[in-house]
Each structure stands twice: as C-alpha cells, then as structure tokens.
Design a protein around this ligand. Structure first.
Ligand SMILES: Cc1ncc(C[n+]2csc(CCOP(=O)(O)OP(=O)(O)O)c2C)c(N)n1
Ligand SMILES: [Mg+2]
Length: 407
C-alpha cells in the first residue's frame, strides 16, 4: 500500500507523521509532495511454550536432579503398594460386575499414578475433587475401599465421603466437579484460609462448558485451584483428535490465562513434581494451574464398553509397556528396595484387604426407603412428611391428606 502526502512545514524543522506513522523531516515553508510507502510490520504479540516434565520414563531412565527430594525411598515403596492394591481392586470390581454383584464400573487401570501423586503431595485438608478414575488418590486420602464399591453398587452411602478426608463424591456427570473445585477454592480464599482445591477430569471433559466456566472463574478471580486433566486420548470411543483440534490439551489452560504444564502421567515423580509446584503457586500466589497428565486407560471405558471395537490392540500394547506400576517396580528393584518375595507378601495382604472391603460393601444393612426423605432436608415440610408416611402404608386412603401449605 502507498500514496502521496502533501506536507507544508512549520517554522522549525519538524517531523510530520504520515498515516503509517513514518516520520518525514522537512524545512520551514517547504512544500513537498512525497511519495511514501506504508510500512506496517506484522508483529508477534504472543509466543507460547509448554514445558513437558518426565522424571522416570518407561525405559527406566531417572532424572536424579528433578527427582531430588521429591519422593523418599520409604514413601516410594508405600506408593507402589497403594497402586498395586488399587489395581487389584480394579480386577475384583470387574469380576463383581460380570457376576452381577455390582453395577457398571470404570476401571482405573493404567492411570493410578496421577491422582496418587496429587494426594501424596497435597495437604490432607486440601480439597480433592475427582471424577471416577481416581480411586488411588482417594484411598491414599483414607476413603475406605467399600465406599467406592458401594457407589458402583448403586448405594448412595458410598458417596458420603467422611468430612475429615476433604474429598467430594465421585462425579459421573462429566465436568461438573471442576466448578465445585473452583467454588471450594473461592470459599477458602474468601475465608482467608490457605486451603486449595485440586480437581481431576478427563480430556473429553475439557470440551464441556463446565470446564470453560471453571477455568475462567479460577483465572479471573485468582483462585487456588489445581486443574489436573488426565489425557488418556479417548472419551469413551471418541479419540482426542476429533474433540480437540489443538496439539495439546494444556493450551486450553493458556487460553484462560493460567500457567500450564504437560507431564508424563504414568510417571509418579513427574505428576508429584507438577502438582507440588502448582500447589505452591495456589497457596502462595492464589493462582490456578492447568496440568495435562498424559496417560492411558488400559481397560475398557467402563464395564458397559468394549474398547476392542474402536481401538487397536497395538496401541494398548504400547501403553502396557508404559504402565506406571511396572516402571515404579523396576526402579524399586534397581534400588534393591523390592523383590519377588516382597511382591508375593504384598499380594497376599492386598487380596485379604480387598476381600474384606467387598464383604463390608455386600453385607451393609440395606437402607430404609424413608431415608430418601430423612436425609434431603434439615426439616421436612408437612406435605413431604405426609408423603413419607403414606409411602409406609399400603393404602393411599389410610391417612387423610394434609392440607398443602403455600401452594
Ligand atoms: C454431562 C455428561 N455427558 C455425557 C456423559 C457420558 N460420558 C460418560 S464418560 C464420557 C467420556 C468422558 O471422557 P473423558 O473426559 O476423556 O474421561 P475418561 O473417561 O476418558 O477418563 C461420557 C461422554 C456423562 N457422563 N455426563
Ligand atoms: Mg479421556
């Protein structure tokens, strides 16, 4: 683009600016016609870089520097045992469903390291706001195994998370829990407490409106939230590339103005590293962080699914090699902290623990039908009390209806 500009100069040498903000010098009184060329260089206003953290990879490489002081050896043994017992519960739960003793169940297999790492590095009173593949982190917090079993057996008492564990009930409606996490963090900030919240969700959940609302609130209001996205590449049968065109899920966090990082989600060290940093940022600066934890579910989406219908066994086989349990065990063995006899002893103990949890879940006394009324309101209204009482009789006519109040 270009054109002509007519410049009549002022008493002193002066500088005129043409439309393109180019400076034209001329002397007093001089009439000039100058040929000029617009020059509007395109500038870069934002350059993005996303860091990826890996500390213990599937080949056994371990970064001593990044891993220093992160997980002491004694704790690593406990974390490995926790992942192993969670994995065994998964196997048992699958069989319970197949034998008609439990409803639909989503196996956690392959994703154990993510939530466990978070539960390990967070304070015990930081909120853990999960969806349905975070059993390992919940157990580490102290949620009893039978709670999870009861939930999937359709017994709501499984969702009554003891208040002391600062965990919210399992969230099956995709995405809802991220908003709860933002709300809990907002409440803590409002009260001047140092408590933060850490929420888990899948890659598919980042395509839900709830994610965008939660992320926007958290970033705008400076809320202490750690967003942990478990990118397992699938939302049931929908591959990630169909529901998100961006090369990383992490950049969805950048869009809302929060720091992001991608980690190897099958590496318990990398997950712990990222959550620790994010938790410090949340606590000290009251800022949210988005962590993309790249992982893989080795099982079907749930027991109602057959993943063989939409994904190749070759893909599953690659991820079996990257199993978080396998690589943690290999590291422990290299450090002479683990061997096959310890494995056998642990396995025997786990089998007893899981069997006891199954027994507790199956032997729980059936709830009263009236519980549906008794635990919904602090004070039951007259018409609801009437409904409850009528429900317990065999005849609708056996009691006179109470006059409805207010409507
Ligand atoms: C609001 C809502 N929509 C749809 C579903 C059905 N649904 C259950 S799981 C799922 C996919 C979730 O994928 P992702 O968030 O990646 O989690 P993943 O199961 O892979 O861990 C869908 C669509 C649901 N539970 N809730
Ligand atoms: Mg997914």
């Amino acid at each position: 683009m270009g054109g002509w500009v007519r410049a009549i100069c002022a008493p002193t040498d002066l500088l005129l600016r043409d439309n393109s903000r180019r400076q034209i010098a001329c002397r007093f009184g001089e009439k000039r016609h100058r040929r000029y060329t617009f020059s509007m260089p395109i500038t870069s206003i934002l350059k993005l870089e996303i860091e990826r953290v890996s500390i213990l990879d599937e080949h056994g490489n371990y970064d001593e520097k990044l891993g220093a002081g992160l997980i002491p050896d004694a704790d690593l043994v406990k974390l490995y045992e926790a992942m192993s017992s969670c994995r065994y519960l998964d196997e048992v739960a699958f069989k319970l469903q197949r034998s008609g003793r439990m409803g639909t169940y989503p196996q956690n297999m392959g994703q154990e390291a993510t939530s466990l790492a978070a539960a390990y590095v967070l304070n015990k009173d930081d909120w853990l706001v999960t969806c349905y593949r975070e059993n390992c982190g919940l157990f580490w917090r102290g949620i009893p195994m039978e709670s999870i079993l009861l939930h999937w057996m359709g017994d709501e008492r499984g969702n009554a998370m003891p208040r002391a564990h600062f965990a919210t009930p399992i969230a099956v409606p995709i995405g809802t829990q991220m908003l709860h996490a933002a709300g809990l963090a907002w409440a803590a900030k409002y009260r001047g407490e140092k408590q933060i919240s850490c929420t888990f969700f899948g890659d598919g959940a980042t395509s839900e409106g709830d994610f965008h609302e939660a992320a926007n609130f958290a970033a705008n209001l400076d809320l202490p939230v750690v967003f942990c996205c478990q990118n397992n590449f699938w939302a049931i049968s929908v591959p990630g590339r169909i529901q998100c065109s961006a090369p990383t899920v992490a950049q969805r966090g950048i869009a809302y103005g929060m720091p992001v990082v991608q980690v190897d989600g099958n590496d318990i060290f990398a997950c712990a590293y990222a959550v620790k940093q994010a938790a410090a940022r949340a606590r000290e600066e009251s800022r949210p962080t988005f962590i993309e934890m790249v992982t893989y579910r080795l099982g079907d989406h749930t027991t109602a699914d057959d993943a063989r219908r939409y994904r190749d066994q070759a893909e599953v086989d690659v991820w079996k090699e990257r199993d978080p349990l396998l690589r943690t065990r290999n590291l422990l063995e290299r450090k002479k902290l683990w061997n096959s006899s310890k494995q056998e002893v642990m396995q025997a103990r786990i089998e007893i623990e899981v069997a006891a949890a199954v027994a507790r879940a199956e032997e729980i006394v059936a709830p009263e039908v009236s519980d549906v009324f008794n635990h919904t309101f602090a004070e039951l209204s007259a018409d609801l009390a009437h409904q409850r009482d009528m429900m317990q009789t065999h005849s609708l006519a056996s009691q006179a209806p109470v006059a409805a109040k207010g409507h």
